[in-house]
Write a protein that binds this ligand. Sequence first.
Ligand code: PEP
Ligand code: MN
Length: 349
Amino acid sequence: MMIVMKETATEEEVEAVAAKIERVGARAHRISGARVTVIGAIGDVEHDVSVQSLGLEGQPGVDRVMPILKPYKLASLEMAHGERTVLDLDGRKVGGDHFALIAGPCTVESREQTLATARAVRDAGATLLRGGAYKPRTSPYAFQGLGQEGLKLLAEAKEETGLPIVTELMDMRDMEAVLEVADVVQIGARNMQNYPLLAEIGRSGRPALLKRGLSSTLEELLMAAEYILKEGNPNVMLCERGIRTFETAYRFTLDLMAVPVLKELSHLPVIVDPSHAAGRRELVGPLSLAAAAVGADGIIVETHPNPDEAICDGPQALRTEDFAEYARTVEQAAALAGKALAGRDLALA
Ligand code: PEP
Ligand code: MN
């Protein structure tokens, strides 16, 4: 942390800031220029965080405070010495040069719909099956998911196809039930900053797919991931799913630049959700190709045997009959970025 003093700062004010820094165990290194004094607070990451919490910005004589280290540490690529996290989900790898194709319905509606989708995506080489049993809906009057019944259907789909399951946990009270079925727990965009929920998933040790909040910066996303990592759970995937911008021509703006930038900042795999960003099927194909080509570690996409009858998010769902062709083109785009579809051999075995 660097503390830049005002030109008018007195010797006493400089001393008072240095003393405060030393009280939290960091070293205060003074650099006196012709006009201003700068104090470097030197210590490890813990000390840097403590110095940050001193509120030095308001201290007499202080002009500004500039952090040197990133506020997240476990999520940062630097701290991992450049080594990227690769998750192993029942033998299916995600991260590194493995590309995950995660597909399935927005919400589990029925046995037929769930199993038909699971079979189609498995046959097309998908890595994981997605499907919500607890749905975060904007309207409290909209279908909220089948709950436990939905979880049972997901378990049956896994039993039959062998595909590991990604499903959302919204409420800590459903944790036990969700953990019985979920190979990967999805934290929805609206819960990205539900810190007690993140910590609980951290303590559970279960792999997590953490979606970026609707209006969250990448730093906020990484700080949210830090809550899970800090509890000793290293299995976190970040997910870009579109953010709010001034543009109204489409539902959200898919921030594809987030992919290479997150990869510069963090060692965690980055997944892209084109479905929720686009809101309509026609855009999902091209956005998926772009996401794969820009270096995403995977895609999470919605698909339905009969989207016109879907209870939720039908307009954005790919038709399962088109899914094999879609998967083939995504696989080619991923290959451009040096990645191969994970678990294809397992899915087709
Ligand atoms: C979903 O994946 O079904 C979903 C609701 O996503 P998000 O939290 O990104 O809106
Ligand atoms: Mn959906």
